[in-house]
Design a protein around this ligand. Structure first.
Ligand SMILES: [Zn+2]
Length: 205
């Protein structure tokens, strides 16, 4: 499903957009294909050097996945994670895809189920150079509502990686999306996902 307002894909979601409450539509109606600009690694290093050794660029989620599971009798587990992020700057084309999702569940007597999912590793391209980022900091929270609805949420706060042999990558999540859902009688589903981030490309010291 796709939100025409947020220009974001929501896999496994239905009904309204968790962000802007517009109705989600079946397909991406006007996804303008991004021109993936490639630049040489040397040019990339020069760009970072030109900014004093630290280059920051904003990223936004363009695809978010959601899943609901339950366990007998009334434990609901909700999961959400970012599937795709894109760079906000036109100067360097950045696209990252989640290739590994971390998951965990806990529960509490009698029917409180908490599901957690987070982006564990991202693989993609920065100006045409392939990169891998690994989660180094993950946050989670548990909420509940009377009588037995449990809402678990998790999201990655930080990821790190290398860009070639001269540049280091640090991705800081700056905005987290949150949602919840429930089903009769006591199934609670909590969702947390990585929504916006700042990617810092810096010269290795
Ligand atoms: Zn929306």
């Amino acid at each position: 499903m796709y939100c025409p307002e947020c220009k974001c894909e929501y896999t496994g979601w239905s009904g309204k957009c968790p962000e802007c409450k517009n109705l989600l539509v079946e397909e991406a109606q006007s996804v303008i294909p991004e021109v993936a600009q490639t630049i040489s690694y040397e040019a990339l290093v020069d760009k970072v050097k030109a900014r004093g050794g630290v280059y920051e660029v904003g990223l936004s989620a363009t695809s978010i996945a959601q899943e609901k599971k339950w366990r007998f009798p009334y434990n609901g587990y909700g999961y959400a994670w970012v599937k795709k992020m894109k760079g906000d700057s036109n100067e360097i084309s950045i696209e990252l895809n989640t290739t590994a999702v971390g998951r965990d569940t806990t529960w509490r007597f009698p029917y409180l189920g908490y599901g957690f999912a987070w982006a564990k590793s991202l693989v993609g391209s920065i100006g045409g150079t392939e990169v891998t980022l690994q989660a180094t900091k993950v946050a989670r929270e548990k909420k509940w509502r009377f009588p037995y609805l449990g809402y678990g949420r998790a999201w990655t706060e930080e990821l790190q990686g290398e860009l070639g042999d001269q540049l280091h990558l640090h991705l800081q999540v700056t905005e987290v999306g949150k949602g919840r859902d429930w089903r009769f009688p006591y199934l609670g589903y909590g969702f947390g996902w990585e929504k916006k981030a700042i990617l810092t490309i810096s010269l290795d010291k």
